[in-house]
Design a protein around this ligand. Structure first.
Ligand SMILES: Nc1ncnc2c1ncn2[C@@H]1O[C@H](COP(=O)(O)OP(=O)(O)OP(=O)(O)O)[C@@H](O)[C@H]1O
Ligand SMILES: [Mg+2]
Length: 332
């Protein structure tokens, strides 16, 4: 495939609470590009705007403020000892954040650029509904579709759990359970021959672990998150307070996920007959600490599980799995 053809291919887009990932296919390989889904604001001065421009920092001037977005927001937060803010919360646009839509639009625009032709296909991830949710998912989905339309793309939503099934379970004919444990949510889909049969999301995920661990240790959530990402192993209690708090809330998150999965499958009205056992695959940033798979497996085996599982494994590319799956669905 030559370069020109490559740019006209469909695209997979994972719009996550903490990271936005784009997947493209090029000569039989997948390539990924990522931006943090975060921003910070600085008061506008002509000098600051000129300096940011000169340094090639990704920013926009919004009235009396300068909004620095994506990976550069993290870099600046470290320099200025400021906290980054997030356009999304629990998998959807944050209703309490006035900059949310503009930041998302800027980051998606930066990652995708304009469509190669009107109507180029983009499959983008959306969360499965959370129980008692008040319409945020529908608004979120419509907003992303609109952002894509303004860039010339034809956007199609795909639930994140189903994207994981597309990205990971081709060898079992897209039959099995795909789970993405992200920052705002865990998204789950049980699919049979690519058709979603059960899908749901639960709000206890990475952000829950960070904020709860921060609460009980007197730290700020940014610091507990950094410790979790850099040095945490899920293998029992240690002498360190933050590690212990992370262990406790990881345990609670996994317990909650497994129990919700068990009860959704048990109470499913029309589960197709599954003659064979099915695989379960775990992806998303929250599955990355050493010991996660073992702990998940133990929690699963602690009580009867309503379907037979042939294997329980981790994605080999947990941070890109949703974007790759969305791309594979777009290519089907
Ligand atoms: N090495 C790591 N160890 C532990 N946690 C990690 C690691 N790397 C990332 N994370 C956590 O994974 C989460 C981000 O994962 P991911 O990118 O899959 O989420 P997301 O897709 O942005 O969010 P969501 O799907 O909930 O909208 C964050 O909570 C982050 O702290
Ligand atoms: Mg995600």
């Amino acid at each position: 495939m030559n370069k020109a053809e490559e740019y006209t291919q469909p695209i997979g887009l994972d719009v996550g609470t903490s990271r936005i990932v784009v997947a493209r296919s090029a000569e039989g390989n997948y390539t990924y590009d990522t931006q943090l889904n975060a921003f910070l604001t600085l008061p506008y001065t002509k000098l600051a705007a000129t300096l940011l421009q000169r340094e090639n920092v990704f920013h926009e001037v919004k009235g009396s403020q300068i909004v620095v977005a994506g990976n550069d927001a993290q870099r600046f937060a470290e320099v200025f000892h400021a906290e980054t803010r997030r356009p999304m919360l629990h998998g959807v646009l944050n209703p309490d954040e006035p900059h949310s839509l503009a930041v998302l639009q800027a980051i998606i625009g930066k990652l995708l650029g304009k469509a190669a032709f009107a109507g180029q296909k983009v499959y983008f991830s959306v969360p499965a509904p959370v129980p008692n949710e008040k319409g945020g998912t529908a608004f979120h989905e419509a907003s992303i579709r609109q952002i894509l339309k303004e860039l010339g793309y034809d956007g199609t939503p795909i639930e994140e759990g189903l994207a994981v099934v597309f990205g990971e379970l081709g060898e079992s004919n897209y039959t099995g359970i795909g789970i993405s444990c992200g920052s705002g949510l865990c998204n789950v889909c049980l699919a049979v021959l690519s058709v979603p049969v059960i899908s749901f999301s639960v709000p206890k995920a990475g952000d829950f672990i960070d904020s709860q661990a921060a609460l009980v240790t007197g730290e700020v959530a940014t610091r507990t998150r950094v410790q979790k990402e850099q040095a945490f192993h899920l293998n029992g209690m240690t002498g360190d307070r933050v590690q212990n708090a992370l262990t406790v809330y990881y345990g609670e998150m996994i317990e909650n996920l497994v129990e919700t999965l068990r009860s959704h499958i048990s109470s499913a009205q029309r589960l197709p007959r599954l003659d064979q056992s099915i695989p379960l695959v775990l992806s998303g940033g929250t599955v990355m600490p050493k010991g996660f798979l073992e702990h998940f497996g133990q929690t699963l085996r602690a009580a009867d599980f309503p379907v037979k599982l042939s294997e329980v494994r981790l994605s080999t590319d947990a941070l890109n799995s949703t974007a790759r799956g969305a791309l594979m669905a777009a290519l089907c």
